[in-house]
Design a protein around this ligand. Sequence first.
Ligand SMILES: [Zn+2]
Length: 520
Amino acid sequence: MKLAVVSGAPEARAADLLAYAVSPAPKGDANKAQTNKGAKPPAKKSSSKGGWVPEGLQVVDAALGGLLAETIAAEGFAGSPGQTLSLHTHGKLAATRLLLVGVGDLESLGPDGIRRYAGTATKVAERHKAARLTLVIPEGEPVRLEVAVQAAAEGAQLARYRFSKYLTKDSTTSTVTSVELAIKGRAKLDQALARAAAVSDGVALARDLVNEPPATLTPVEFAKRAEAAGKASGFKVSITDEQGLAREKMGLMLAVAKAAMPYTPPRLVRLEYSPRGKAKKHICLVGKGLTFDSGGLDIKPADGMLDMKVDMSGAAAVLGAMVAIARIKPDVKVTGYLGCVENGIGGNAYHPGDILTSRKGLTVEINNTDAEGRLVLADCIDYAITKDKPDLLIDLATLTGACMIALGPTTAGVFTEDDALAADIRTIGARQGEDFWRLPLNDDLKGQLKSPIADTKNTGTRMGGAITAALFLKMFVDGRVPWAHIDLAGPATSDKDTDYGTRGGTGFAVRTLVGLIDPR
Ligand SMILES: [Zn+2]
């Protein structure tokens, strides 16, 4: 897709669709108010009927001979958030069609509001089979121009995403092939566009991986895709196979993997990005990459197994973030680990009752083979800490249904003892349109993991299941590095299309990780 920043009067741009973000009509005045907050009346009377026209669009209404005000009144458009109005310009503007997108109060519109506006406009453009889209960028506080341009560019690119490779008929690609971002003055914004492209490509890769069927995206294939991504984006990739895992004594990860071997052996994938100069710090990301989770011998019921190809969403987020980071090149060293395993039910499956020895040395009594993600993560976390000694380690996993029960399907749980980090993740996430909520690492629940015959069990009771999973991981971090655990079981996928998302994998956490590593 072609993407460019243009300046000057947007209403003079030739396009198939010209889009504006608008504030709601003043209260109780949707069809009457002419001015807003004492603003100067427009130079030209905007409409013979004097109906409401959003601020800044009077000149467009005048060019249309009052058609905009009339349509707004006729259709009861109030500019409420999410509401759209599109009309044909009948040759009176250079653009064929005009679109207004209600976004709430423009004066408090954050980056994600702009991303959503751009996504909505792109999807409306697709409905009208438009190829050329001009997005008028809302300018002013509270968002800097380059941030606004980046967010709009991301919204448009993310909204065009499709997973259509398996559709033999009706294979769809977006009709939108060129997007202009119209700004008032002139500014050099190449960097913002490049950053948006890097982030959007990272999110698209994460979505692709989540959407792939499990027979295609095996651990071996996941590792291959990581290698390809590293080659394309410029980060190092090294892969450890099952023999390597055995040499590393990664007894938990291997035990989970055994049931699916030899057909789908596990892979531990290490990704490394190093800045040219001296790194300010070193952040390590560890992702759970269960390419399919049957539950193991504690097999899941059919309904519960249906979506289990998505159990690698944490690893997908780590790889997607690395793609963006390697292209943005922050002064931070970032290493990523993908723990790629299938939890199968073959004859070598580990049993409930088994006692496994972890890489760290702790022994684990298995009381549920479906709590396999934390086993894989525990060994990967220990490996990452001893190999890399990072300044901060964040693990990401579709870890527990309990987290979804607690927070709903669109919010990720954050567990950390670092108050500032928890606040940062939430604030940066909000700017990225990704919702995080902190849950307690309540040590009182640790008793649930107590085993009479091993150092720990792998699960607790149903009460506080997301918390006991985090407490289990905490034992393997063991205070050696600052750490946060993110449970994204809910928001990793969506069951419906959204402003700039599609049903299926969301690529959740890619943008927040990039924002956390390279804030701006
Ligand atoms: Zn499981």
